[in-house]
Design a protein around this ligand. Structure first.
Ligand SMILES: [Zn+2]
Ligand SMILES: [Zn+2]
Length: 512
């Protein structure tokens, strides 16, 4: 049995010749009709479900539930009652024999159907209706098989010697389930009794075959025990009960035999898959990318892992698993450069998901890995600063806001940012002067912003009138878009705010 290289507990369903690796359904690219290897992209060879199937001894609970459905149970009850009635009226011997044969034949036919269906991967008991027809012929064949085998063993024991006869008898008993399986598959006397075919079947299955035999033996013994316990008291009830229990066990045993065929389909040379009630929906693109990421991660191909993650961020901007798992990966592996790059993306994602509560802890985690990290979006910085202000983390507020007027001179909320910075500085010891300066700057920024707004409105008006007039005047200052105004405007207005030397603040905050 082969297992998936990436899921050592799951059976393999594919094999990549190129990588010499076994994969499960989850670990191949099933976008196209022919599944491909996630690592090298070559077409992977399909192995069928043989490796997927649980061994039958792990399936015993399900096997015992197999006959527990209305249709199977009704057959068990009807055939049991029929055989009890047959036993109770020996005076009408012809009728009673016919009744008995009908009951046994129906059960046999149904059991063989169960075996066949299970072998093809159908794990639900088949419909019972056609069990009542054609069972007699099968039963007669089975009786012929039994008689022939008994005569064979008896003849050998008589003519050759009891020792050889004993060995042959043992062999026949061992082969009997295999003969039954062959009989179910072919419904032919000669095929079923072909000793080479039976031995080949046992050889292909191996040791579990012995286990199945032991299991059938245990079930048979338990029917005998049942008879001993209550047989003396209520013969008729006991017989009915016995018959029902042994019919039930028969169905379980045939289901298990069929299951064994299903499990060893590879060795027996056929390929079947477990039939589900409904067709499995095709895997979503997002799931496929997630699966490929897992495979490449286990292969250690981090470059492609990162590429796939960024592809996923673009394609599925609201799929939490990609953002969370990549964040976790970078955090655990301490990838500073990647974390610095991904940080803003992750914080924006949290915002999109309205997980405001996670913003500040995530920001702190990012800075643990990438100590110089600051979001590259001014709004995010201001938002974080506001949150940290609420939490009283003044040092981080200052880090987030300091120098914003240089980095984002066109950010319209700049005045708010500097008012917040001023408030924060005012709370720190020995920073009153800085706070005042900062507040002045905020006020000036406010004025600049107001002026910009006015200019923008004027520009718009001018443009509108220009378009109305047609002749394009070459160099009017108003054609310059306000967004392209370089930072010097700030210095022009008298603000030389390199401002707020942060070092003393840091130490002051640290001393706090
Ligand atoms: Zn796998
Ligand atoms: Zn491959």
């Amino acid at each position: 049995m082969n297992y998936c290289k990436y899921h050592p507990l799951d059976g393999a369903t594919y094999y990549c010749e190129n990588c010499q690796a076994h994969q499960c359904d989850h670990c191949v690219d099933d976008a196209q009709p022919q599944s491909r290897c996630f690592v090298c992209g070559a077409v992977a060879e399909s192995l069928g479900a043989g490796n997927l199937v649980q061994p039958f001894w792990r399936r015993l609970p399900e096997a015992f539930k197999y006959p527990l459905n209305a249709s199977s149970m009704s057959l068990i009850v009807i055939t049991s009652i029929a055989s009890v009635v047959a036993v109770l009226m020996p005076f009408l011997w012809l009728l009673s024999i016919l009744l008995y044969l009908f009951a046994a034949g129906s059960l046999l036919k149904y059991s063989l159907t169960c075996l066949e269906h299970t072998a093809l991967g159908e794990m639900k008991a088949p419909d019972v209706m056609d069990a009542y027809q054609g069972g007699l012929g099968l039963l007669l064949k089975l009786i012929v098989i039994s008689v022939v085998l008994t005569l064979l063993v008896g003849g050998v024991a008589y003519y050759v010697g009891p020792a050889v006869g004993g060995i042959l008898g043992f062999l026949v008993v061992v082969c009997f389930p295999a003969i039954l399986i062959r009989f179910a598959q072919t419904e032919s006397l000669l095929e079923a009794m072909n000793p080479v075919a039976a031995l080949a079947l046992i050889g292909a299955i191996g040791l579990p075959y012995g286990l199945l035999m032991a299991f059938i033996l245990i079930m048979m013994t338990s029917v005998g025990l049942l008879q001993e316990w209550i047989g003396q008291l209520f013969p008729a009830v006991s017989y009915l009960l016995q018959s029902m229990v042994s019919s039930y066990y028969t169905l379980v045993a045939f289901h298990l035999m069929g299951y064994m065929l299903f499990q060893y389909q590879d060795q027996l040379g056929y390929s079947a898959r477990i039939e589900d009630d409904e067709e499995q929906p095709k895997r979503e693109e997002a799931d496929r990318i997630a699966a490929q990421i897992q495979v490449l991660l286990k292969e250690g191909d981090y470059e492609r892992v990162v590429t796939l993650y960024y592809q996923a961020f673009k394609q599925f901007p609201n799929d939490a698993r990609f953002f969370e798992s990549f964040f976790e990966l970078l955090y655990v592996c301490k990838k500073a450069a990647l974390m610095a790059d991904f940080g803003s993306l992750y914080l924006n994602f949290l915002n999109r998901k309205k997980r405001i509560d996670k913003l500040t802890p995530a920001f702190k985690q990012i800075r643990l890995i990438a100590p110089d990290f600051l979001p590259d979006v001014p709004a995010l910085r201001l938002q974080l600063a506001g949150l940290f202000k609420q939490q009283g983390d003044n040092a981080l507020v200052i880090k987030l806001l300091n120098g914003m007027h240089k980095q984002f001179p066109d950010y319209p909320e700049l005045p708010q940012a500097y008012f917040l910075l001023a408030d924060t500085l005012a709370q720190l010891p020995n920073m009153q002067a800085q706070a005042d300066k900062c507040r002045q700057m905020a006020q000036q920024l406010e004025k600049i912003a107001a002026r910009k707004q006015q200019e923008a409105a004027e520009a718009q008006a001018a443009q509108a009138s220009l378009q109305a007039r047609k002749p394009p005047s070459v160099k009017t200052p108003s054609t310059q878009a306000p967004g392209h105004r370089p930072p010097p405007t700030i210095t022009k207005s008298g603000l030389t705010l390199e401002l707020v030397p942060m070092e003393p603040v840091k130490t002051a905050a640290a001393e706090d």
